[in-house]
Design a protein around this ligand. Structure first.
Ligand SMILES: Nc1nc2c(ncn2[C@@H]2O[C@H](COP(=O)(O)OP(=O)(O)O)[C@@H](O)[C@H]2O)c(=O)[nH]1
Ligand SMILES: [Mg+2]
Length: 353
């Protein structure tokens, strides 16, 4: 799952990315683990030698937008279509350079990006409708071309009316066709307000942030206020000194785990676990995913030769004292391919290839 950082130049994307990646980045890409207390417990109980968390792939590699050349916004936007989620970084700190000498106004900046999403998607829709119309004229269209046309027309109407396109349903057949367009207005978005050192911890009393909070709530966008430079400094400190540093700042904790969780939540994923041999591992699956899909995530052979799966929720495994103990206590269920996994299930696939 790809998460891309999007924002004006000098909004603090690279600083935030460094704070998240902690030096483990390569060319603006880094795998960032999802913090997971259940995984730690499961691994401890299993005596695992290797613990592998689920990760999201964070990207700070979108082409730059130059506010002095308005048309240059197209490049980062079209690259952003490839990602599964976007983190919109808004500058909420004063800067002598930021684009370019503009006063701090995170609401202006948020609206700029949201409007650009609509315009960019409308452009894609118009082009596609035109091509489909040509296809219809040659009478070579399929039923799914017709279905796509109808959906796109509805989408266009909703966008033009300024309504939320998230309410539009997409059928299972249509979904793979539409996925290719990477519509920005339908992407999971998390908003970051990048605060100055002075404001962090007191942002709730800062009027522009209060108004931003209200706007984000109205739009259904999670907002995470933080100070990227402080987060980066914090990350560079030895663990023993981090608590002291936070106390000095009057902040209770780093905002980064909350940011990662917010993105994860917006992606509508769930976690499942495997406890095989020496390794305890967390995996990601779409919400509502089945045992067969989980098997396919682990290994294609497991899906191909799927017989049954043993399933027990991590909380029950932990309460029982481990996988074997959960077995003994009769907590482990035997399920088939279509079983819908619950967030936090531990699974052991029986397969034959
Ligand atoms: N005061 C303050 N400055 C920041 C913060 N985040 C970034 N900066 C500064 O803003 C400048 C641009 O940051 P950078 O991360 O390179 O922005 P990018 O262009 O969006 O990648 C740098 O000089 C940073 O030190 C912040 O949270 N507070
Ligand atoms: Mg940068």
């Amino acid at each position: 799952m790809k998460v891309a950082l999007l924002g004006f130049p000098l909004s603090g994307r690279s600083t935030l990315f460094d704070a998240l990646a902690g030096g483990r980045a390569h060319e603006g890409v880094a795998s960032i683990p999802i913090p997971d207390a259940r995984l730690e417990m499961l691994a401890q109980q299993a005596g695992a030698k290797k613990v592998t968390p689920a990760t999201l792939e964070w990207h700070d590699d979108l082409p730059e937008f130059d506010p002095l050349k308005p048309e240059s916004v197209r490049q980062p936007l079209s690259a952003a279509r490839q990602s599964d989620a976007l983190v919109l970084v808004l500058r909420a700190f004063d800067s002598p350079y930021a684009p370019y000498h503009a006063p701090v106004d995170p609401i202006r900046d948020l609206n700029f990006w949201l409007d650009e999403f609509v315009l960019a998607d409308l452009q894609v829709v118009e082009n596609r409708l035109e091509r489909l119309t040509k296809l219809f004229q040659s009478h070579k269209e399929s039923a799914s071309d017709r279905a796509e046309y109808t959906w796109l027309q509805q989408f266009q109407r909703v966008l033009n009316a300024g309504e939320s396109p998230l309410t539009l349903e997409v059928s299972r057949e249509l979904e793979p066709r539409l996925r290719g367009f990477g519509f920005l207005t339908r992407k999971p978005v998390v908003v970051v307000a990048n605060l100055s050192e002075q404001l962090v911890g007191q942002e709730q009393r800062y009027e522009p942030i209060q108004r931003l909070q209200a706007l984000c709530e109205a739009r259904g966008l999670p907002l995470v206020p933080l100070c990227a430079t402080l987060e980066r400094e914090l990350r560079q400190l030895p663990t023993a000194e981090q608590a002291e540093f936070l106390q000095l700042l009057g902040v209770s904790e780093s905002a980064l785990p909350r940011l990662v969780q917010a993105v994860y939540k917006q992606l509508r994923l769930q976690v499942f676990y495997t406890v095989y041999g020496e390794e305890t591992r967390a995996w990601l699956l779409r919400e509502g995913g089945t045992a067969l899909e989980a098997a396919a995530t682990i290994h294609s052979d497991m899906a191909r030769g799927f017989i049954r799966a043993e399933v027990c929720h991590a909380d029950e495994v932990i309460a029982a004292g481990g996988w074997k103990a959960a077995h003994k206590a009769g907590k482990v269920q035997l399920v088939g391919k279509e079983y819908p996994l619950r967030d936090g299930d531990v699974i052991q696939v029986r397969f034959n290839v």
